[in-house]
Each structure stands twice: as structure tokens, then as C-alpha cells.
Write a protein of this length. Structure first.
Length: 407
């Protein structure tokens, strides 16, 4: 197994594991905290919107840093983790002294997005540096396993802590987790990786590097198709995350632990899918696999939106996330396989930027949920994605041709 064979990747994975605990708990607690402060579905979505806007704006800077500091990507990961630690400690202390306000949560959401914009392009580009192209899909699946393993246990732990001890202690848990992530990131040494790419960028201005990245993405058909697909998926199916707390409490009528159970059971389905992918051979029809898994994710989420029964909803969210991980694994790998090394960090920053649309979509998802219901908002988003896939199905099947040219 690649985790046992590659010590550099193993240390990076451990750092990601503890960072993912922080992110999973942060997303869960942020929605509950805003509901507690405002009792408004709109503001739950709006806070995610501020986070998404900051992520979308700052992601290109993260890509620039990942390409310019080619041999120090592990340092960028560590710096981003320190920002996360400061954010969660700030919120934990304010809650503990009973002085938390909505603008504090919004400010934290913005700085959390800045940290993510730095960490993810550096982490993903470093993954390929450490494992190589032949094992990239397996390594990408293992990285996603980290996320989903934490998503099984961390919400249940955090939900129990919130019920028994209060919200502030969940944020202190995040701070401890980021401390371990930071220490592990410091042990990853990427300075041995050859740096011909960074030599090309030494005498190039930062603005020019970012502009060249934009030009490449819009000029390369395969990259353009993948980024557009990512934006649509993040805006209309993954955006359900921004109002899942509303769906749990207002539609399914469960408490914080019930909401945590939704997240955890969904993660169980995701982990089962990722374990299968991580041990599988590289798929040849990756474009077809990408379209089918995203389509099945959308259909499962549509059925989830119709369900008023909590046990049925648990099963449907597990199925939905299982298909979602197939989509996420392939799109992350393809984005690295179809681009030249000197563009990798900047192209990956576009993928990170697309994640910001999940938060931005929280603005209209929260508005729809407030005007109608969370069920209507989630179901409408799934239908939009299905229509997009039907229209662009043939174009997605051509992605394998571009990947084979690079390999």
C-alpha cells in the first residue's frame, strides 16, 4: 500500500488527517453556531457564502505560491494550518466568554477560506511530486479517505461535546487537531524534489504568473471542461452542505447529534467507495466514470431531498456520498494528468476556487430554504446538475484522449 511504501506521502497524509478533523468539525459547528445566534436559514447560507467568496478570490494566490515555491510546498501547508489554528482559537475564546457575535463568525469564515486557498493547491501538487503519475489516482483516493474517516467520527464526537459541554469545547478540539497537523507537516521534506519549474518563474512577476494561469485554463479544452464541471457540481450539489444543518433540524427534526449522524453515515458510504478505488487499477474510461458517478450522486441527493424520514435519509446520504467520491477522485486526478508541471499549482488553484462556489451558493440556497424549504433547495440543485450532464456528456467522454496524450 502506498501509505506504507512512501514515507513522505505518509507524513503528508497524517497532516491532512488532522487538518480534515478541523475542517469537518468547523463546517458542522459553523452552521449550528449561526443558527444559535440568528435562528435564520438565510444567515447560515450567507456565512458559507462569505467563506466561498473569499476562497474563490484567494485560490489563485494559493496556486501562485504553490508554483513559485515548488520545493517548499510542505512549508505552505504548515503556514496554512497555523492560520486555521488561530481562527478556531479566536472563536473558541469568544464563545467561552459569551461574547460571540455574527460578524465574528463571518470574519472567521473568511480567514478559514484564506488558509484553505493556500493549503489545498500546495497539498495536492505535493502529492503528485511524492507519488508520481502512475499512482496518482490511488493517492488521491487515499487523501479523500482521510477526509471521510474524520467525517465518520469527528462529527459524532463534536456533537456529543456540544450537547454535554457546549460549543466552545468543540472549537478547542479543532485547535488541538490543527496542532498535530502542523507538527506532521513540518516533517514532510519536499526540498529534494527537482525544481526546474521554479527556475522558470524566478524572474516572472506574480501578476504575470496568475494571468498566464488564467489564459491556460481558458485555452485548454480539457482543463476548461473539468473546471466548468467542478463549478457546476460545487454550486448545485455540494452546496447542500451549506444548509444541511437546516435540513436536519427543520425538516428531519433532529438535534445536533442527529445532524452529526447524517454527516457520519454519509462519510461511511464515502469511505467504502474510496477504499475500493484506492485498491483498484487505473480506470481507462475516466470520462465516462466521471459523468456516471456525478449523475448518480445528483440522483441520490434528489431522493434525499424528498425524504421526510430520518432513517431513510441516512441510507440515501450514504449512497450519495459513495458516488460523490468516485467523481471527486477522478476529477482531481484528471486535472493533474492533463496539465504540464509548470501549470499544476495554478490549475489546481482553479479547482480550489471552484470549492468556493459551494459557499457562494449558500447565499441562494439559504434564500430558497428560507422562502420554501431546505428540501426544495437541495432538490433543485440536483436537477440542475443532471441537466448539465446530459448537455455535456459527449464532451466529457473526450477527456481520456487529453489525459493519454500527457501520460
Amino acid at each position: 500500500m502506498i501509505l506504507l511504501e512512501n514515507p513522505g506521502f505518509r507524513r503528508l497524509w497524517i497532516s491532512s488527517f488532522f487538518s480534515d478533523i478541523m475542517i469537518v468539525v468547523y463546517v458542522m459547528c459553523s452552521g449550528l453556531l449561526v443558527l444559535e445566534i440568528t435562528d435564520s436559514a438565510f444567515w447560515v447560507g450567507a456565512v458559507f457564502g462569505f467563506n466561498g467568496a473569499a476562497l474563490t478570490i484567494c485560490a489563485s494566490i494559493g496556486g501562485l505560491l504553490a508554483d513559485r515555491f515548488y520545493g517548499r510546498r510542505h512549508t505552505l501547508v504548515a503556514v496554512a494550518i497555523l492560520i486555521d489554528m488561530a481562527v478556531v482559537l479566536f472563536i473558541a475564546i469568544l464563545i467561552a466568554v459569551n461574547n460571540i457575535l455574527l460578524w465574528h463568525v463571518i470574519l472567521a469564515a473568511v480567514f478559514s477560506a484564506v488558509a484553505l486557498a493556500i493549503r489545498i493547491p500546495a497539498r495536492n501538487a505535493l502529492t503528485l511530486d511524492l507519488v508520481g503519475k502512475k499512482r496518482l489516482i490511488n493517492a488521491t483516493a487515499i487523501n479523500l479517505v482521510s477526509w471521510q474517516i474524520t467525517a465518520i467520527g469527528a462529527p459524532l464526537l463534536a456533537g456529543s461535546i456540544i450537547v454535554k459541554y457546549g460549543m466552545s469545547w468543540a472549537y478547542f478540539l479543532m485547535a488541538i487537531s490543527t496542532g498535530f497537523a502542523f507538527l506532521s507537516a513540518l516533517t514532510v521534506n519536499s526540498s529534494h524534489i527537482s525544481v526546474p519549474v521554479s527556475d522558470k518563474l524566478v524572474n516572472t512577476g506574480s501578476f504575470r504568473i496568475i494571468v498566464d494561469g488564467f489564459k491556460y485554463v481558458f485555452a485548454a479544452p480539457a482543463v476548461r471542461s473539468l473546471i466548468l464541471l467542478a463549478i457546476v457540481a460545487e454550486s448545485f450539489v455540494w452546496s447542500h452542505e451549506s444548509i444541511l444543518a437546516v435540513m436536519a433540524t427543520k425538516v428531519l427534526n433532529v438535534d445536533a447529534f442527529g445532524y452529526a449522524s447524517l454527516l457520519s453515515v454519509g462519510a461511511v458510504g464515502a469511505v467504502c467507495s474510496l477504499i475500493f478505488i484506492s485498491f483498484s487499477k487505473q480506470a481507462t474510461a475516466r470520462g465516462l466514470f466521471l459523468a456516471l458517478t456525478l449523475g448518480l450522486f445528483a440522483i441520490s441527493l434528489l431522493l434525499f431531498s424528498f425524504s421526510p424520514w430520518f432513517p431513510v435519509s441516512l441510507i440515501l446520504i450514504a449512497i450519495a456520498y459513495a458516488f460523490a467520491m468516485g467523481y471527486e477522485t477522478i476529477i482531481s486526478a484528471l486535472l493533474q494528468l492533463v496539465v504540464p508541471d509548470e501549470m499544476r499549482g495554478r490549475v489546481l488553484s482553479f479547482q480550489t476556487s471552484s470549492w468556493g462556489f459551494t459557499g457562494l451558493a449558500g447565499l441562494f440556497m439559504g434564500a430558497i430554504a428560507g422562502a420554501f424549504s431546505a428540501s426544495v433547495a437541495i432538490g433543485a440543485g440536483a436537477i440542475v446538475v443532471l441537466v448539465y450532464l446530459v448537455i455535456n456528456f459527449r464532451q466529457l467522454l473526450k477527456l481520456d484522449i487529453f489525459a493519454e496524450k500527457r501520460e
